[in-house]
Design a protein around this ligand. Structure first.
Ligand code: GTQ
Ligand code: FE2
Length: 359
């Protein structure tokens, strides 16, 4: 090494120290530092068998009673544990949890800026109350809790109810826009007749002439029987997803909510999709049947109630190898925000060779 080089290194080092004192860092050194490996969500699965058992145990835990909390088990992506995220998250953008509403119990009323969805897996005796309207929920039903809607849950039946919660909490947290407040009482009063929100938009077919169309997401309820019947009736599908439909916001015709897109897809018997990758991340829950998804070369077998994640830009293809039964996947993604930021990209890739398994 020449003295000239030595002098240059010394000069830069001294300069870097002065920069650091000004809480500053040179971009050229940042590029030169080489590969960084920030924590990334891993393709992952949480098995229904285990999560169901643990949810039942949570239902019997005495200590959490009466603290205003939910008996909800956050599904934390192992790839993100080191990421220091405010909420244990399933993807960088979404958190999801298995929530059990124990017989006779209420989950106290509150509201928050984060939006949520409930997707019922088991049990049909629970209600969620949203801005004064109660929704009875059955397996396969989807209920929306848009941003800042008051909500509490109750289960007056004698059977536990388990649903999947999915929230945009990590996205909201990224913007430091997370804000939550309790309702002054444990439960909110019911001020609207059953079916009010869905009826206010003619079940998606009409609009009120007197009230303004605000585009605001309503706490809508989408029934399994209707959603599944729609898939059954469809004939054209996607080469990547089979028969797939989104739960729309009927007041805008657009995505389910401003931050989240919920979809239901049917893989008919023997269907093997083509592979693609996209910048959106997806959380799936298996509604019906069994099959597998190959994610970046690793095969993930799934069955009823399993929750799994396909992270951003991971190549994936879905397979239903049953020759008699269809498979149905519910999913939630961050697609709406990516689209609005013009960051959504989707690329076709070759079908993958399987080199390992997940879960
Ligand atoms: O049911 O209100 O899984 O506020 C996380 C945060 C559920 C809920 C979660 C919540 C809820
Ligand atoms: Fe909540």
């Amino acid at each position: 090494m020449t003295t000239e080089n030595q002098a240059a290194i010394e000069q830069e080092k001294e300069y870097m120290e002065r920069l650091a004192k000004q809480d500053s860092y040179p971009l050229w050194a940042f590029h030169r530092d080489g590969d960084r490996h920030p924590p990334k969500a891993a393709p992952w699965v949480w098995r229904w068998k285990e999560m169901r058992e643990l949810a039942y145990e949570a239902g019997r835990l005495e200590r959490i009673k009466g603290q205003g909390y939910r008996r909800a088990l956050l599904m934390q992506n192992p790839g993100l544990k080191a990421a220091g995220m405010a909420t244990p998250s399933s993807t960088k953008t979404m958190s999801s949890a298995i929530q059990i509403v124990w017989p006779g119990e209420i989950a106290e009323a509150h509201r928050h800026t984060a939006a949520a969805i409930r997707w019922v897996i088991e049990g049909s005796g629970a209600f969620t109350v949203q801005d004064g309207e109660q929704f009875r929920m059955e397996p396969g039903d989807l209920n929306l809790t848009p941003s800042f809607v008051w909500h509490d849950h109750k289960n007056p039946s004698d059977e536990p109810v388990i649903w999947l919660d999915c929230l945009d909490a990590p996205m909201v947290g990224f913007f430091d826009a997370m804000f939550q407040e309790p309702f002054p009482e444990d439960v909110q009063p019911i001020t609207k007749p059953d079916g009010y929100s869905n009826a206010s938009i003619g079940n998606g077919l009409m609009r009120s002439v007197s009230s303004e169309v605000t585009g605001r997401a309503l706490p809508l309820n989408y029934k399994w029987v209707d959603a599944y019947a729609a898939l059954q009736a469809m004939n054209e599908g996607s080469r990547y997803d089979g028969i797939i439909m989104e739960y729309t916001n009927p007041t805008t015709g657009g995505h389910t909510m401003p931050t989240l897109a919920c979809k239901l897809q049917q893989l008919r018997p023997g269907f093997h999709s083509d592979a693609h990758k996209h910048t959106s991340s997806v959380v799936y829950n298996v509604a019906k049947g069994s099959g597998s998804t190959i994610i970046d070369g690793k095969k993930l077998d799934w069955g009823f109630g399993d929750t799994f994640v396909v992270p951003s830009m991971n190549a994936h293809e879905h397979i239903n190898d049953s020759m008699s039964e269809d498979a149905v996947l519910f999913s939630m993604s961050d697609l709406p925000l990516l689209e609005s930021m013009l960051l959504y990209q989707e690329h076709h890739v070759d079908r993958q060779e399987v080199t390992g398994t997940i879960g």
